[in-house]
Design a protein around this ligand. Structure first.
Ligand SMILES: Cc1cc2nc3c(=O)[nH]c(=O)nc-3n(C[C@H](O)[C@H](O)[C@H](O)COP(=O)(O)OP(=O)(O)OC[C@H]3O[C@@H](n4cnc5c(N)ncnc54)[C@H](O)[C@@H]3O)c2cc1C
Length: 447
């Protein structure tokens, strides 16, 4: 007899905003505080990637670390985006956490078990599933409390300054990080700036600000209106649709692909394992590009399927499958009108675009020749994730995709990348491994 595992929509419903106990915290820099002028290591970005890097450096005994973030709060942008979408559970399982690889820290699953009394019966069942080695769903609430725990136990908050980094200027013996609150000079810099939303193609409305009635997934959806259009095929679209249906709106969903795809993880699970990473690491550039394109396709967690299928059957959700958008304009009374390739039009009181994200490669912060961008990816040393043309600067996060594969953008990928970066920086600071000479082929002597 075989059993089919069908995860239910109830798994999406974890409560948010519970009170989790915290360890006593050290004083943190005030909102207006100016970061120190010098540090051994500067980490740009305090998201899950930056948190993983700062925590790993703590384990290596590297304490002179300055973390710079626009918002100043560790993981602020990540939870801000998640909460804006009303996302209550993570897509990644318990084994994916920003804790430190190779050290016996309290991991995400241990943390959930420690707080058993605060979990709902459904959440407890998911913890048991994880313990038994099955796919499990992690509450955002537990994940945030765990990130706070990492911040507290690795002294990250007191090293984090609110600052917008404007420029990162590498030299042979140091890196200057220019911020809106003054410069910081470091021996090493780790870029963890995350990903920006993918903008609509220029031809949709000619670029620049979106027409009235049109917004992006990382902005607040207008509260008024009976009909909402959602564009995109990923989990973000699913949350936007679900929220609009719950608000009693009729939803029109435009999907470019012939049909929506449901799967557990956003990346095929083999890419989270060493053999999956080797699949990327052992092939040439063209094959890597092909693998990334093939395996970074948008998909939706299974748990949404019953709700979306029922809404479509009842006519509350209209799905426009296999429809490419050719133009977007403002209609009467601030409505949004989307023109489809076949000539049809879809209109709504508002249209929300969820077209995915693009990795920040370091472009815009460092000179172009230092980033060495090729097909939109930076040129990195595969062992240390340092920039080939600026070995004192390395990267953790989505931008490491051509080395670590499509999972580089995920929390699990950050941990793997962090292990390489932190080890190589710690060895360099201990004088055990001289910083590699920059590849000079592209860089002028003045950089
Ligand atoms: C809604 C949503 C849900 C997701 N769910 C999952 C999931 O369940 N599992 C999973 O593995 N992945 C998930 N992801 C993927 C996710 O993006 C990453 O796992 C994670 O957020 C990326 O962490 P990060 O630190 O690289 O980027 P971010 O979280 O974006 O952090 C980057 C930080 O750097 C700051 N920054 C950027 N540029 C500068 C600058 N110039 N100066 C100062 N600060 C700067 C930003 O303000 C931000 O705080 C999700 C993504 C989104 C958007």
């Amino acid at each position: 007899m075989s059993t089919t595992f069908v995860p239910g929509p109830h798994l999406l419903e974890s409560p948010r905003g519970r009170d989790w106990p915290r360890l006593p915290a050290a004083p943190v820099p005030g909102r207006g505080a100016v970061p120190p002028e010098r540090a051994d290591v500067v980490v740009v970005g305090a998201g899950p990637a930056g948190l993983a890097v700062a925590s790993a450096l703590w384990h290596h005994g590297v304490s002179d670390v300055v973390v710079l973030d626009r918002a100043g709060r560790p993981c602020g942008r990540f939870f801000g985006r998640v909460d804006l979408l009303g996302q209550r559970v993570l897509r990644s399982p318990y084994e994916h956490h920003p804790g430190v690889e190779g050290y016996r820290d309290c991991e995400l699953l241990d943390f959930a078990r420690l707080h058993w009394g605060r979990l709902t019966p459904v959440e407890r069942r998911e913890v048991r599933m994880a313990q038994a080695g099955h796919r499990s769903v992690v509450p955002v609430d537990v994940f945030e409390a765990y990130c706070d725990h990492l911040v507290d136990t690795h002294g990250v908050a007191e090293k984090t300054w609110r600052a917008t980094v404007r420029e990162v200027l590498p030299a042979d013996d140091r890196v200057t990080v220019r911020t809106d609150r003054g410069p910081v000079t470091a021996r090493h810099v780790v870029l963890c700036p995350g990903e920006e939303r993918r903008e609509a193609p220029e031809e949709w409305w000619g670029g620049g600000a979106a027409p009235p009635g049109v917004s992006h997934w990382d902005e607040r959806v207008p509260a008024a209106g009976e009909r909402q259009v959602v564009v995109g095929a990923g989990l973000t679209s699913a949350h936007l649709i679900s929220n609009a249906l719950e608000a009693g709106r009729e939803v029109h969903w435009v999907v470019r692909e012939p049909g929506e795809r449901y799967q557990c993880a956003d990346v095929n699970s083999k890419f989270f394992r060493p053999e999956g990473r080797a699949r990327i690491g052992n092939v040439g550039w063209a094959d890597r590009l092909r693998l990334i394109a093939e395996f970074r396709r948008a998909s939706i967690m299974f748990e949404f399927r019953p709700q979306l299928e029922r809404a479509e059957a009842e006519g509350r959700l209209v799905v426009h499958r296999g429809e490419a958008i050719t133009g977007v304009t403002a209609g009467a009374g601030g409505t949004a009108v989307l023109r489809l390739a076949g000539g049809r039009r879809v209109a709504g009181d508002c249209a929300v675009l969820a077209l995915g994200t693009t990795p920040e490669t370091g472009r815009g912060l460092m000179p172009e020749e230092v980033v060495g961008e090729r097909d939109g990816w930076p040129e990195l040393d595969e062992r240390t994730l340092a920039y080939a043309y600026a070995p004192r600067v390395s990267v953790v996060g989505a931008a490491a995709g051509m080395v670590l594969g499509p999972a580089a953008r995920n929390i699990d990928g950050h941990r793997v990348a962090t292990a390489r970066v932190a080890e190589s920086i710690a060895r360099s600071l201990r004088g055990e491994a001289p910083v590699a000479a920059p590849v000079r082929a592209k860089v002028g002597a003045g950089v």
